[in-house]
Design a protein around this ligand. Structure first.
Ligand code: ADP
Ligand code: MG
Length: 251
C-alpha cells in the first residue's frame, strides 16, 4: 500500500469521511475514496445509491455535511472565484449532454476557454478544432447541437470539458441516454482518454468499459461504498450479497 512511489504523491481526488443528507435521507455515508493521478475508477451501483450525488459533491455542485474533499491536494472552497478556478480542474460529462442549444458545436467548445481561462479566440478555436478532431466530430463544428446525433453530441460535450484542461474528468452515466448503436462511439473516446492517462471517475454500468479501461470498480449501495476491486475480480467474484444481487440483474 505505501511503497515510496505512491506514498510521496497525494491522491488527485481524495474523499475522507464524506457525509451528505437530503432531509432524512443519508445519501452519502462516510465515503472514503482516493483516486491517483492517471487512475480510472468506475462507480457502479443500483439507482438511488448516491453515485450522482458523489460526482456532484466532487465538483461542488452539491455541498456536503461533513468530511473533506480534496482535488489535487486542495479542499474545494464553498464559493467565489477560488471555487470557479478549482471547479475548472474537474471536468464533468452528464447523461444529458447539456450543450448550449443556440451555439454552434465549435462555440460550445471555445466558450469556456475564452470566458473562464482568458484564451484568445483564435487560439481557443484552434484547440477546439483539434479536440473535435480527436473525438471524431470536427466535420460538425459549424452546426448547432440539435443537428447532431446523441453520440456526436456527447462527444462534443467531452471535447468541451477537455478544452478546460481539467485534472480529472467525471462522467455520470454518459451513455445511458444514448441509442445502443451510439454507445460504443462514446465509450471508444473514453477508452482512448483513459489510455492517454486522464484521471477519470466514471459512473457507468458498461462492463466492457470497466474491463478495458478501469483499474478499480467501486460498488455503491444505499449511500455507502460496499465493495472495491479490480474489474475482473468484481465482476466474477463479488464478495457482498448486494453486489451479487446487483450483478445478477444487469448481467
Ligand atoms: P444514483 O445516481 O446512484 O441513482 P443519486 O445520487 O441521484 O443516486 O440519488 C441518491 C438519493 O438521493 C436518491 O434517493 C435520490 O432520490 C436522492 N436525491 C438526489 N438528489 C436529491 C435532491 N436534490 N433532493 C432530495 N433528494 C435527492
Ligand atoms: Mg445517477
Amino acid at each position: 500500500m505505501t511503497d515510496a512511489g505512491t506514498a510521496a504523491a497525494h491522491p488527485l481526488v481524495e474523499l475522507v469521511g464524506v457525509n451528505k443528507h437530503f432531509g432524512d435521507l443519508h445519501v452519502l455515508q462516510d465515503i472514503n475514496l482516493s483516486v491517483a493521478t492517471g487512475e480510472v475508477v468506475v462507480v457502479i451501483g443500483p439507482s438511488g445509491s448516491g453515485k450522482s450525488t458523489l460526482c456532484r459533491a466532487i465538483n461542488r455542485l452539491e455541498t456536503i455535511d461533513s468530511g473533506t474533499i480534496r482535488v489535487d491536494g486542495q479542499e474545494l472552497p464553498a464559493e467565489g472565484k477560488a471555487l470557479a478556478k478549482l471547479r475548472a480542474d474537474v471536468g464533468m460529462v452528464f447523461q444529458s449532454f447539456n450543450l448550449f442549444a443556440h451555439k454552434t458545436v465549435l462555440e460550445n467548445v471555445t466558450l469556456g476557454p475564452i470566458k473562464a481561462r482568458g484564451v484568445k479566440p483564435d487560439a481557443a478555436k484552434k484547440e477546439a478544432m483539434e479536440l473535435l478532431e480527436r473525438v471524431g466530430v470536427a466535420n460538425q463544428a459549424h452546426k448547432l447541437p440539435a443537428a447532431l446525433s446523441g453520440g456526436q453530441q456527447q462527444r462534443v460535450a467531452i471535447a468541451r470539458s477537455l478544452a478546460m484542461h481539467p485534472k480529472v474528468m467525471l462522467f455520470d452515466e454518459p451513455t445511458s441516454a444514448l441509442d445502443p448503436e451510439m454507445i460504443n462511439e462514446v465509450l471508444d473516446v473514453m477508452v482512448a482518454l483513459a489510455r492517454e492517462g486522464m484521471t477519470m471517475i466514471v459512473v457507468t454500468h458498461e462492463m466492457g468499459f470497466a474491463r478495458k479501461a478501469a483499474k478499480r470498480v467501486v460498488f455503491m449501495a444505499d449511500g455507502r461504498v460496499v465493495e472495491e476491486a479490480e474489474p475482473e475480480t468484481f465482476f466474477t467474484h463479488p464478495t457482498s450479497d448486494r453486489a451479487r444481487d446487483f450483478l445478477s440483474k444487469i448481467l
